[in-house]
Design a protein around this ligand. Structure first.
Ligand code: MN
Length: 285
């Protein structure tokens, strides 16, 4: 099932080029009281919501996909986790290009450990990316995004995919420089996810998906998740060894070679096998 969040926080079922308004299915989410549990209520109750979607979709209003505003399908993740240098060809380009490395030694993913992006940096494709520090290189990093569906605390790799409820396309926007990743990748709108979530049952193998990003006429990044150094189950297990993962937490699994700068007026066209396509506009904030 493909679910999007659109317009004024409506829930949409994506079928072909249509978005069916199934906001009524959100009544499957139990009422919450203070203090809120960490995580995102849609992800935490995704199975129940999907079951309700099948009940409410007949007779529901359909919109043209092209006419709706697509927000991030996950609204309130407790954290967004990034995987540094998780494709060897990207490690090679980072070492060779001082525009990426900025004089720093590029380590391995094992040596770096995962990093965190502020959850407040998350937007959907229709919101676009607002660049800051525009005298610097601001790069796209297109990545497979894995969405956690239930609490994962030190889970073994063998069954780590059981904790992933959905997948989406992620953009880990990055301003290059010497500062910590947690600043350079947490600027407002520097985490994009969309165009919708695809439930995990529809993705046979997350470690074998073609994906790409095109800016203007130029295909900038084109790879397959089979080249991941730490595959999806290893990332889930590894991250959960440090901190519990909560429903709605997002793991941006890392970017392949071809990272490059974007500027005001660019449109980033991201495509992922099994998920779809999202167009993301770039502007100066
Ligand atoms: Mn990245």
């Amino acid at each position: 099932m493909r679910l999007c969040r659109f317009d004024d926080n409506r829930l949409g079922l994506v079928e072909g080029d249509q978005v069916i308004d199934v906001t009524g299915a959100l009544d499957a989410i139990p009422a919450q009281t203070w203090p809120l549990q960490p995580g995102d209520p849609l992800a935490a109750n995704l199975s129940a919501v999907c079951a309700r979607v099948t009940e409410v979709k007949s007779g529901a209003t359909a919109h043209s996909l092209a006419g709706v505003k697509l927000l991030s399908p996950i609204a309130t993740p407790s954290k967004i986790i990034g995987a540094p240098v998780n494709y060897s060809a990207h490690a090679d380009e980072a070492k060779a290009d001082q525009g990426v490395a900025h004089g720093q030694t590029i380590l391995s993913i094992e040596e770096y450990g995962p990093f965190l992006k502020a959850s407040s940096s998350l937007v959907g494709p229709s919101e676009g990316v607002g660049l800051r520090l525009t005298d610097r290189r601001n790069d796209h990093e297109v990545e497979l995004a894995a969405i956690i569906g239930k609490v994962a605390d030190r889970v073994p790799e063998e069954n780590a995919l059981d904790y992933v409820c959905a997948y989406s396309i992620g953009l880990d926007m990055t301003v290059r420089g010497k500062e910590d990743r947690s600043m350079r990748k947490s600027i407002d709108s520097y985490s994009v996810m969309g165009p919708w979530l695809v439930t995990a049952d529809e993705i046979d193998d997350p470690n074998n998906l073609d994906f790409s990003i095109t800016v203007g006429d130029e295909v900038r990044q084109k790879s397959n998740t089979s080249y991941l150094i730490y595959n999806v189950q290893k990332l889930v297990s590894w991250c959960s060894s440090f901190y519990a993962l909560y429903p709605g937490d997002i793991i941006m699994t890392g970017t392949p070679e071809g990272v490059g700068p974007v500027t005001d007026g660019d449109i980033m066209v991201c495509e992922m096998e099994g998920i779809g396509r999202m167009d993301v506009a770039v502007r100066h904030a």
